[in-house]
Design a protein around this ligand. Structure first.
Ligand code: GLU
Ligand code: MG
Length: 448
């Protein structure tokens, strides 16, 4: 029995845990669990883990039926194996604990497992002696049920302190619950939309950063629900208010050295970071099938909404898809921020695909072009074209088409995951493209 499992057993006993939720995140970005009663935990440890239908990875967000063309049918069972290092009791659900899992087909990692895909992308970086630190910077709305709909929990604008006062109890309990689970909230403010909040968390190594995203989404929704709020991560709930991003902060490391800043000019990005950013920008239209995967995502990606609608990068530029956050004078740049990401993404797939794209930039020594230090929407069309600045896909259908033609990303997914992932995206696009904004939000509001 691995030693961390001893610690898990001790926690189960001392904290009176009855249910351990085995968690997986599917191709639709939904977080799902099957819970095992601790009286029977041994059976699931000594056996092959907890079984789920293989067809789970074929389900679109709308309903529980497999998407056509996924290669997965109702026949076939795969097994979730716990990664006990991620085990944590749930502060908001006494007697319950969560563990994150990798999915196995017999004794081999399953071709459709998202966490395995991210592990492969990380290993690809390790071949170049690189590793990655990352954090998803989440925005979410706190809503109150109103009639047969909902309304923002406060009337505030960006950083208005009253939002923190009016939601202090729920925010404090969310913070406590995150800290209890080892996720460190780093900042907190009221975001631009009324009822909207942002709570960035401390970065972690790439796999842990994706794991943290699961903990964050689960915790915020559950605690808000205890206080009578709906917390929603849907990218665009209100057409006239700011969207919910989950900007991805990422840095390149060699051993304990952060390679993101140029060693000679630490207020500029290094050659490695530039090539990595170039790879992301080159693949971004296809990457968006992972980073902004829902039909609703494209209502958020708009010029002049700080959501990264153009393929360009810049220092401190909040309209560029890649912003290089600027530290105070004299301090080195630490990371890149990809803004074209939202919290409906499956974080394992999104981060894995971003790493693959960035590594392709390094492999092929790509250049991201000059930094853009103004709103790209203000450049005349011809100038944008001359600089290679393109408007990113304006709907999920366009992102799917880009992915269908992106051999680097398809190869990295390998055939099984490429097939099921694309089948789910296509089913969502076909099933939802004609919904009105309101119908779409009604369907998604409490899924994400
Ligand atoms: N809410 C914006 C978005 O949709 C981001 C605002 C910001 O820069 O934090 O991405
Ligand atoms: Mg923000």
């Amino acid at each position: 029995m691995p030693s961390d499992l001893n610690a898990v057993v001790a926690t189960i006993q001392t904290q009176g845990i009855r249910w351990v939720r085995f968690i997986w995140t599917d191709n639709a970005g939904l977080i799902r669990a099957k819970a095992v009663h601790t009286a029977f935990l041994d059976d699931y440890l000594k056996g092959d883990g907890v079984g789920i239908a293989a067809a789970q990875q074929a389900l679109p967000v709308m309903y529980d039926a497999p998407s056509a063309g996924s290669g997965l049918t109702p026949a076939g069972e795969v097994h979730m194996r716990a990664d006990w290092a991620t085990f944590t009791p749930l502060p908001y659900a006494p007697g319950h604990a969560r563990v994150l899992t990798d999915i196995y087909d017999g004794d081999r990692p399953w071709g459709h497992c998202p966490r395995t895909f991210l592990r492969r992308a990380i290993a690809q970086g390790a071949e170049r002696d690189l590793h990655f630190m990352a954090a998803f910077e989440n925005e979410f709305y706190l809503l109150e049920p109103e009639g047969d709909g909902w309304a923002p929990a406060d009337p505030t604008v960006f950083a208005q302190t009253f939002a923190l006062d009016s939601a202090v109890d729920v925010i404090d309990e969310i913070s406590d619950a995150l800290e209890d689970q080892g996720v460190v909230p780093e900042m907190l403010y009221s975001e631009s939309g009324s009822g909207q909040f942002e709570m960035p968390v401390r970065y972690a190594d790439a796999l842990a950063a994706a794991d943290q995203q699961i903990v964050f989404r689960e915790t915020v929704r559950a605690v808000a629900n205890d206080y009578g709020f709906i917390a929603s991560f849907v990218p665009k709930i209100f057409a006239d208010k700011a969207g919910n991003g989950a900007h991805l902060h990422i840095s390149l490391w060699q051993g304990d050295r952060n390679l993101t800043a140029d060693p000679e000019h630490p207020d500029a990005i290094s050659a490695e970071a530039a090539a990595f950013a170039a790879g992301i920008l080159r693949h971004l239209p296809a990457l968006m099938a992972f980073t902004t995967p829902s039909t609703n995502s494209y209502r958020r990606i708009l010029p002049r909404f700080w959501s990264g609608a153009y393929t360009c990068w810049g220092y401190g530029n909040r309209e560029a898809a890649i912003r290089v956050p600027q530290p105070p004078a004299g301090r080195p740049i630490t990371n890149l921020e990809l803004k074209t990401v939202d919290p409906t993404c499956n974080p394992y797939l999104a981060l894995g695909a971003v790493i693959v794209a960035g590594l392709d930039g390094l492999e092929k020594d790509m250049s991201p072009g000059d930094p853009v230090q103004m709103d790209p929407a203000d450049l005349p069309e011809e100038e944008r074209e001359a600089k290679g600045i393109r408007r990113l896909p304006e709907n999920l259908g366009q992102a799917i088409q880009a992915l269908e033609q992106d051999q680097v990303l398809l190869d990295a997914l390998e055939p099984d995951l490429a097939r099921s992932f694309l089948a789910v995206r296509r089913a969502e696009w076909e099933g939802m493209k004609d919904l009105s904004h309101e119908e779409e939000v009604r369907l998604l509001l409490e899924r994400y």
